[in-house]
Ligand binder design. Structure first.
Ligand code: AMP
Length: 492
């Protein structure tokens, strides 16, 4: 239903296509009715016909776009039920994604009786070898384990003519690209290949050039992926206040299920302990944990028994948990793409979600890069905050008694100030710097971190001079708008 809504919002795709029109067989259509999909998502609409037609494709799409069915449905159609050998392989970067894709493919291939086997590290190889001996028309596997099974001659890819690389950029990040090439070289050269990647860094492009044949490139913009269904908030907070703020946010938001993202395994563990010590029902998920405990955590979270999961990006990548209502970025994601991946965990098909990103005063530019990437300005978080049509029109939450927010560096403390005017008034950074320097009689080096938003702007000045600057600038005009400066309330 939500995908239908997305389609209707996009004028170029106004006429909603049905799954039947994409060329899927009645058997598969029945499977889709069973899983409850009524309309194809944009990536499905664009990917299914060329894949059914035997073309190679590059799909630039993230989890949450419906990419699994985009390749999974043609995959199921492709399988000859009479042949028991491995006819298709899906490579995934992580074990979690492997399991998830396997479950999806089993559902799509249920009516046709397609046999799907999952192979991944951290589980007994013997069991997987036995499963492969018994069947496995489609094998879904993590790169390392697949290679291992090939080396042991337990997995033979001579007749594997359909290859999917899922989340190829993540394979690159994890250092698996060479192994991926080794696996590809074991498959017939006349194979059909589909490569999915949220981003297309040069090594992935090179891989595609070398191993794909005249691929059709299908790109689903991040904006249509997740952002539409996710209310996005930012919360400016000093580093040391972050844990306390997180506790407050969780208490106020009362998420049904939330994933809190931390940048590193260590922070993930620390945060987990902080929340646990506050009496919260919380678990941690990161790469240093044993497979067994990761599985336990996943099952508990997926089953809804645990409402809060603190995770690192890699561990939580690709997880499809439709009941997640909140994503909290405790640390600003390392890249805009990571941000989209993270918030893609919420606001899943047919639901809306809330994403709250903690930003330290010095991380403004990182946040702006994210906003530029998603095309959505985040609203300042406050208890009960809602995103409006023009989200940045909301003013930041301020305390009754404003305090000067100090950002100390080698030149001494700086005070962060806010101006109640911004882009809407036609103000550019240079205008603001000029107005402040000329009114206060200070040099340009005394103004820094200028950020212009729709209805307000920020700048920092040396704290010792801030009072004088505030007074001097009060009433100055920029492009006919009277401006005044105020200290930004700190979060403490
Ligand atoms: P994916 O991007 O493949 O991880 O899919 C995200 C979620 O969307 C999964 O929970 C799928 O079951 C669901 N989904 C995929 N395609 C559709 C569709 N056409 N209609 C409704 N839900 C879908």
């Amino acid at each position: 239903m939500a995908f239908g809504a997305l389609l209707r919002e996009s004028p170029s795709l106004a006429a909603v296509t049905t799954f039947a029109e994409l060329g899927l067989s009645e058997t598969t259509l029945q499977a889709l009715r069973d899983v409850g999909y009524t309309e194809p998502s944009p990536i499905q609409e664009q990917t299914i016909p060329p894949l059914l037609g035997g073309r190679d494709i590059i799909g630039q799409a993230q989890t949450g776009s419906g990419k699994t069915a985009a390749f999974g449905l043609p995959l199921v159609e492709y399988i000859d039920p009479e042949i028991k050998d491995c006819q298709a392989i899906v490579l995934t970067p992580t074990r979690e994604l492997c399991i998830q894709v396997t479950q999806a493919l089993r559902a799509y291939g249920e009516t046709k009786g397609v046999d799907v086997v999952a192979v991944f590290g951290g589980a007994p190889i013997r069991t997987q070898q036995a499963q492969l001996r018994a069947g496995g028309q489609i094998v879904v596997g993590t790169v390392g384990r697949v290679l291992d099974l090939i080396t042991r001659a337990s997995l033979i890819l001579h007749d594997c003519r359909f290859v999917v690389l899922d989340e190829a950029d993540e394979m690159l990040d994890l250092g698996f690209l060479e192994d991926v090439e080794k696996i590809l070289s074991r498959t017939p050269s006349g194979r059909q290949t589909a490569l999915f990647s949220a981003t297309m860094p040069p090594p992935i492009r090179k891989l595609a050039d070398r191993y794909l044949y005249e691929p059709e490139v299908i790109k689903v913009e991040a904006k249509t992926l997740t952002v539409d269904t996710v209310e996005q908030f930012r919360l400016e907070v000093g580093q040391k206040d972050k844990p306390a703020k997180l506790v407050e946010v969780l208490a106020v938001e009362k998420p049904t299920q939330a994933i809190v993202f931390a940048r590193t395994k260590i922070r993930c563990d620390q945060l987990f302990r902080t929340l646990r010590d506050k009496g919260m029902n919380v678990r941690a998920l990161h790469g240093d944990m044993s497979q067994g405990s990761r599985d336990g955590v996943m099952l508990a979270f997926k089953g809804g028994r645990v409402p809060i999961l603190v995770a690192t990006d890699v561990a939580a990548r690709g997880l499809d948990i439709s009941s997640v209502t909140h994503v909290v970025n405790f640390d600003v994601p390392i890249s805009p793409d990571t941000y989209v991946h993270r918030i893609g965990r919420t606001g899943r098909v047919g639901r809306s979600g809330r994403a709250i990103t903690f930003v330290e005063p010095k991380q403004q530019s990182e946040l702006e890069a994210i906003e530029k990437h998603t095309g959505v300005k985040m609203t300042e978080w406050a208890p009960g905050a809602k995103t409006a049509a023009a989200p940045v029109e909301e003013k930041p939450h301020r305390h009754d008694k404003p305090q000067v927010d100090k950002s100390v560096d080698h030149e001494g403390p700086w005070a962060k100030l806010i101006v109640a005017a911004g882009k809407a008034e036609g103000i550019k950074p240079a205008d603001l710097v000029k107005a402040v320097t000329s009114a206060a009689g200070i040099g340009g080096e005394a103004v820094r971190d200028v950020k212009i938003f729709e209805r307000f702007s920020f700048l920092s000045v040396p704290e010792g001079d801030s009072k004088r600057i505030i007074e001097a600038v009060s009433g100055a005009e920029i492009k006919g708008t009277k401006i005044s400066l105020e200290p930004v309330g700190s979060e403490s």
